[in-house]
Structure formats: structure tokens, C-alpha cells
Write a protein that binds this ligand. Structure first.
Ligand SMILES: O=C(O)CCC(=O)C(=O)O
Length: 255
């Protein structure tokens, strides 16, 4: 057992739990370097899926995220993140072994737009399953000035969709209201947040001068099967990766 009873209870009650120092500094140094390499890489079709948007803050094309980064494409990164301890925690929380559903690196560079308050499940996940857990790994220090995430911490949300799919829960940036139901998650490299697909969360635009890279790996229960290839096939049909010279206007709700 890696998570304590108290930690699994917090996850059940609030929909998320933060595990400080889950990965050590050596691992995170390597992860950070691999993310820098991926930022520079020109992927071939079917490889890493990069998404660029035009920043309304700076007017520049910026890399918002990279998806499809684990597995054979990047075995070292996969080995570091899908550690035995991570799999054990996910097994505890899911009640059965996890299967990777999707993964992404959010670079949240200076000038990046807000991620509006939302439930992940509202991003078209219903056709695949009704329950997922995401493991968020903090790569850069997350602070107020570089778009740290805010999570609902009251547990006061439905374990179901609270809006129609694709609609954020609010157009406001943090502090979300009611303010006493949300927490600003300032976190350090190596901290991990496990959260379910219904807990409301979001982050403001990055108006600071430091990137705020976090990696989000989303898992389903083994009994739901391996849906990752289908997920990416469907996603790329409706929302294809692009290039810096082909940056989209800002899209605030595509998780
Ligand atoms: O990276 C962020 O700030 C937002 C991430 C998020 O909320 C998500 O992808 O569901």
C-alpha cells in the first residue's frame, strides 16, 4: 500500500489528493529535460500530437500541449512516470489495475490562455467510460503568478456532468466562487495530484514570465479495456494536431 488510508479518504471525499514529493529531484530533472527535447522535436504524422494556439496576450503562436507522448515513442519518459508506485496508487484508487487512456503535457507557457473551470468528463469522455482518474505531475513550480491550478476542495460537486459537454462551469478566472470551496494549488516539482474526472478545476492565463509545465496522465479501469488508440483516432479526426505556423485561435475547453 503506497497511499495511506487518510489519503484515499481525502480522494474519496474531495475528488483529489496531493502527494508531495512523489518523484524525487533526480527523476524530475530528467523529466524536465525530456520535455524540453519534446518541445523542439518535429514529430512525424502519428507521433506526438502538438497543439499550438495564438496567444491573445502576446499575439505569438505558442505550444499549448503535446499529447500521445508515452509508450514506444518515449520509453524513458514512460518508464519514469509509470513507476511501480504510481501504478500501485492508481490501483488503490480505482479498485483495480489502471489502463492508460490518454496523456498530455501542458506547457502553460507565458501568454497561455486560461483553462476555464471544468469537469474533465465534459470533454467528450462519456462514450468511453464514466470513470477516470488523472495523475497530474508538477514539473515546474506552480505558483499564483504562473497559473497554478485551482481545485474545488469542498467535495460539493456531482459525480456526474454538471453542464452539457464542452461547456465550462464558469467563464471566470480564479478565485472561483464560492471562494471558500476552492483551493489554489501551489505545488513543487515532483508533487503529484490524483483527481477524478468530475472534480471542478481550472487555471488562469499565465501572465507571468515562467512556464508552468504539468503532465497529466489519465487512466481508466482495466475492466473498461484499452481505449487509448480509439481515443486518439477519434480526437485527431475532430481536433487534429497542428504546427506553429498554423496556430488556432484560442480554444478554452479541450482537455
Ligand atoms: O494545465 C492546466 O492548467 C489545466 C489542466 C486541466 O485542467 C485539464 O487538462 O483538465
Amino acid at each position: 500500500m503506497f497511499l495511506t488510508e487518510e489519503q484515499t479518504k481525502v480522494f474519496k471525499d474531495k475528488g483529489f489528493v496531493v502527494v508531495k514529493g512523489f518523484f524525487d529531484a533526480k527523476v524530475m530533472g530528467r523529466v524536465s529535460a525530456l520535455l524540453d527535447e519534446l518541445r523542439e522535436k518535429q514529430p512525424a504524422a502519428g507521433e506526438e500530437a502538438k497543439y499550438y494556439e495564438k496567444s491573445s496576450i502576446t499575439g505569438e503562436s505558442i505550444l499549448v500541449r503535446i499529447e500521445n507522448v508515452l509508450g514506444d515513442l518515449n520509453p524513458e519518459l514512460s518508464g519514469l512516470l509509470l513507476s511501480p508506485e504510481a501504478i500501485e496508487c492508481l490501483t488503490q484508487l480505482l479498485g483495480e489495475p489502471p489502463v492508460l487512456f490518454k496523456e498530455k503535457i501542458n506547457y502553460k507557457l507565458p501568454g497561455c490562455r486560461a483553462d476555464k473551470l471544468h469537469q474533465d468528463q465534459a470533454a467528450g469522455w462519456d462514450p468511453y467510460s464514466d470513470f477516470f482518474i488523472t495523475m497530474g505531475t508538477v514539473v515546474d513550480a506552480n505558483r499564483l503568478d504562473n497559473a497554478a491550478l485551482s481545485f474545488m476542495m469542498s467535495g460539493n460537486y456531482e459525480r456526474g456532468l454538471m453542464t452539457p459537454e464542452w461547456q465550462p462551469l464558469s467563464e471566470d478566472d480564479p478565485p472561483y466562487s464560492p471562494a471558500d470551496e476552492y483551493v489554489l494549488l501551489e505545488a513543487d516539482p515532483g508533487d503529484v495530484i490524483f483527481f477524478d474526472a468530475y472534480v471542478p478545476h481550472g487555471s488562469p492565463p499565465n501572465t507571468g514570465d515562467r512556464s508552468r509545465r504539468n503532465i497529466f496522465l489519465t487512466f481508466n479501469r482495466q475492466s473498461d479495456g484499452d481505449m487509448r488508440a480509439r481515443y486518439y483516432r477519434d480526437k485527431w479526426e475532430s481536433y487534429a494536431p497542428n504546427q506553429a505556423d498554423d496556430a488556432r485561435a484560442e480554444a478554452s475547453f479541450r482537455v
